[in-house]
Design a binder for this molecule. Structure first.
Ligand code: SF4
Length: 188
């Protein structure tokens, strides 16, 4: 498998915010979002066994598999090995690809991009708010709905984005605010 990076930190966003977690970033993505700020193209080839052994050296048993787009590579062999090591497996996906047969996950966080949803299940729908037409998410079923202000990299714009996100949530209380707390507390 093509692995971009493995690191240990706190989950910064969404339902498991604050949870110590091993992050496995798989290389490559099927989308080209103009606002993408994730460096995921470089990679090291690792077998599923090597990945499971490497991530098991960390003390936590929560793993976040992200990308890029993790469903491009994620397979049943890796999720079985991780479950054998006692991991709770969360993925962060754009939801545009189906999971491969036999892939077993404990929590699916989906941030849809400009493509139809193809993933079989969503636990947490996490939408970046940029004043878009929100009716496009009406038919998407999830356990939790989170709205996160877009980080434009500009302090003034970010303050406006945050206020617009809060205003939207107050008018549409199905949504909850999601903040990128890892940026606030300055961890990876
Ligand atoms: S789906 Fe995510 S990783 Fe892929 S290009 Fe878009 S923002 Fe970047």
């Amino acid at each position: 498998m093509r692995v971009n990076e493995i690191f240990y930190s706190l989950q910064g966003e969404g339902h498991y915010t604050g949870t110590p977690a091993v992050f496995l970033r798989l290389s490559g993505c099927n989308m080209k979002c103009p606002f993408c700020d994730t460096q995921h193209t470089s990679f090291t080839e690792m077998t599923e066994e090597e990945i499971a052994s490497h991530v098991s050296r960390f003390p936590a048993r929560h793993i976040v598999i992200t990308g890029g787009e993790p469903t491009m590579q994620l397979n049943a062999k890796l999720t079985a090995l991780l479950h054998n090591e006692g991991f709770f497996i969360q993925i962060e996906t754009n939801g545009s690809l189906p999971l491969q047969d036999g892939v077993s996950l404990d929590w699916i966080t989906c941030s849809p991009k400009d493509a139809p949803i193809a993933i079989q299940r969503i636990d947490e729908l996490k939408v970046l708010f940029m004043n878009q037409d929100m009716s496009q998410y009406d038919g998407i079923q999830a356990k939790e709905y989170r709205l996160q202000p877009l980080d434009s990299g500009n302090e003034k714009e970010n303050a406006e984005n945050l206020q617009q996100t809060i205003n939207y949530i107050l008018e549409h209380p199905k949504w909850n605010l999601s903040l990128q707390t890892h940026k606030i507390i300055n961890v990876q």
